[in-house]
Design a protein around this ligand. Sequence first.
Ligand SMILES: [Zn+2]
Length: 320
Amino acid sequence: MRWIDRFKYCGAVAVMCGMCCAWGFPVHRHINRSATQALPPPLRGWLMCEVEWLSAHATDADKRKHTVEREAPRHYLDGDAPALACLDTLGEAPWYGRALLACSEDTLWEYGVLPWQIGWSYRQLVVAFDSLDRAGILRNAADLGHYVADAHVPLHTTLNYNGQMTGQDGIHGVWETRLPALFGGGYALLVEDVGYIRDVNLWAWASISHSHSCVPLVLSEERHATALHGEGLVREERGGRLGLERDEAWCATYHDRLDGMVETQWRASILGVSSLWYSAWVDAGEPDLTGVFEPAVQSWWKRFLQRLGWGSQMERAPVP
Ligand SMILES: [Zn+2]
């Protein structure tokens, strides 16, 4: 049985955006911020010193797609690509080394390496924690948060990533940007059960498999909304440009028919990011990071300089 078939059931346009984004940038930033706030102590106390940085840089990985070779395939896995049938005999969570023996490297990178990228970023974060490498901790935590969030977007797990194979072009942006913008304010996104993840590779594949199981509903309910409202397009400004978006009535119908899917996947992203950051710290031996981030107690003159906006720049090495 193919790994992707093990999860058959989902638990439960913005036209101008097309396939360019993962979650919209505001959602990625929110996920890293909320994941920091959800951490258990003492890690929460240390990383909260950098919550603004972790949030602001949650989208760096997407920005690198245009400048860094092989960055784009790190953000998706086309789980239904016939060419990936070479993974079928490798179990539900194939290791990259075994996948390389079963498929060509070009095939893997053509159809995406997202589950393995989560493992690679995770191990880099463990090393950074172990080395008390402040810049490495921040860089790898921010990137890991991004890739984990991408793994929870159903359309990041299929060849039909923007509905282009079924005449539903633009559905990618509707699901991950338009719906969160319209309805995200009412979501319950607090997570409290952050915990240790023992097998990161298995967790990554299971998360992506679940996201993939949501794809049929993502597509079928788009047809339902279109049957009811037609194209439902409206001109709206975003990022200083006018473009076509689905109107609110169309989106409300689609959102209702998805039955909480966007909210569930958003919350699962936060829980996953926070749990993996925490697990990486545990795997690094639970190092004391007091001197790495803010000192526990600061002298009065350092607090005075920071209030003037100088302290943090003076004391911290720049993050590459
Ligand atoms: Zn991405």
